[in-house]
Design a protein around this ligand. Sequence first.
Ligand SMILES: [Zn+2]
Length: 651
Amino acid sequence: MGLTRVPGLLYGGDYNPEQWPEQVWQQDVRLMAEAGVNIVTVAVFSWSRLEPAPGVYEFDWLDRILDLLHGHGIAVDLATATATPPPWLVRQHPEVQPVDANGTRLEFGSRQGYCPSSPVFRDSTVRLARAMAERYRDHPALVMWHVGNEYGDHTVECFCEESARHFRRWLGDRYGTLDKLNAAWGTSCWGQHYTDWTQLSPPRKAPGPVNPTQVLDWRRFCSDALLACFEAEREVLKEVTPDLPVTTNFMSILHHLDYWKWAAAEDFVSDDAYPDPADPASYLKAALSYDLMRSLKQQPWLLLESAPGAVSWREVNVPKEPGAMRLHGLQALAHGSDGVMFFQWRQARYGPEKFHSAMLPHGGTDTRQWRETLALGADLRRLAEVAGTGTRADVALVLDWDSWWGLEAPESLPSNRLRLHQLLLSWYAPLHARGLAVDLTPPGRDLSAYRVVIAPNLYLCTAGQAAGLAAFPGQLVVGPFSGVVDAADQVHDGGPPGPLRGQLGLRVEEFWPIPDGVDQQLVTGDGTVLTTRTWSEWLTVDDAEVLARYRGGPLDGRPAVTRRGRATYLGCLPEDLTPVLDEVLAAAGLTGTDLPPGVELCRRGDLLFLLNHGTAPATVQLPTTGTDLLTGRHLHGSVHLAPRDAVVLKP
Ligand SMILES: [Zn+2]
């Protein structure tokens, strides 16, 4: 069963026919069919064209384009068109536009400018979503709904009075009484004791550091407020078209939205991914975020947007080299996507994204870009059987948004150098290099399917979360600065690692962040010398084996890495995690595969993906004989992969 009723893998992109005269539409659908496009996303930013005046709808053009697409065998991912409120709504109700932390109301003229807490905005989106659902409920082209666009992009938060009232209601639901809120926020500090709910506000620009628990609750609230916008539209769509799947396009590993909560509200996860072609590590970052997408609902997901070549919003927008469009698409499939889609179908002639690449570029069909678009379509038809297959992972990385928000709160931590995405990558990279499949998991999920669970950081760790980790029967690894605070960002009794202390058998007496540019050495039991930067801790071991100790510096001789039973703790951030990881994997009975640098190995169902992201040719030993679905070649022994080449091996 696929994500939609379109068979095989999905191939297509955002299509903005309202930017083109109708005679171009005929050419578009003909070329889409030629390229093997079987789905396009329509109407993402069409609100001002679909509802040019309050309650006045102009659906004729959208009717014609949906009919035309259907006539050429192309399905439609129909957006609810609510991503940018139209000018008339903004002028009639200026309060729809968001206000920044300094109190400045942002102007119209860009996109996604709205206050998530505005009832006018919310009601207007729901009205439009209903009108669209009722108009197109029986249209044969429509196979899925695309709500809003990239929630959290541009508009993450709004500091207006309406948002303040909404925040107070949210706080009322969370705490019930002001006494409980005052206790949780620790308002005895700096004289912040609240005596009336109306005194509470968003963390607007203040003279100095703002209460960190207030900021943490604000982050939770902002994710929930945007989610409520999504859910309000989803409810209408489910009422009118209960059988159509509803999704919204995520933005890879995004700090501001708790995607565990968001994914639970979707029928399937979809993602927009724009790895930077100029960054040699971008394939690794993409792999990590794709694994998150697969893990969110533990099922296939959809790459709903990516760039065929260059984007238009970086300082320097480097195109993709020949073959990279295909390689990056195959990478998404390897990590669980049931399709490859792009922003956008036809390259725009105007607007901020006119230099953003497209499947059909300004230069038309006699271009390298168009030839790659055709070739990828042909490849995806050869890989139809990939759709719907799953991935089994033995290793999981813990990702918790509450903890992330606490860890990266401004102005109140021992160091601002601990960044969760970087910490996740530091563990992900050596696992990925061994071809080991990795899931991401919230700390509260059932972990029994895994053999290794790694929490690169769990700054905020509740007693319940700690109990879940203690019950995990496999190898557990906990990174530094974990178990520090509870759900209210208050330090656990006795200090870190708080509720993890019994399991880890140690206490963290002092944090010892390392200044930029300074190396701290440590030595393992077998004499291997490692370097840690950024962070170290004064550990006191109660009941644990010491695997490595600091050498030199203020912590000379003190424990740096420990193990108690199946639980390994690192009070530091070794640049090379291999010695620690190898021991953990060996204890779990996992070996992995020796892979040349830059080569990625993924399993999906019974298929083996081998992808060469490196700049050099590579030879890879095959674990099995089989047929390369991309070329039809029978392969055995080893396979030679040119840079940006790939194999999808069917045993
Ligand atoms: Zn607001």
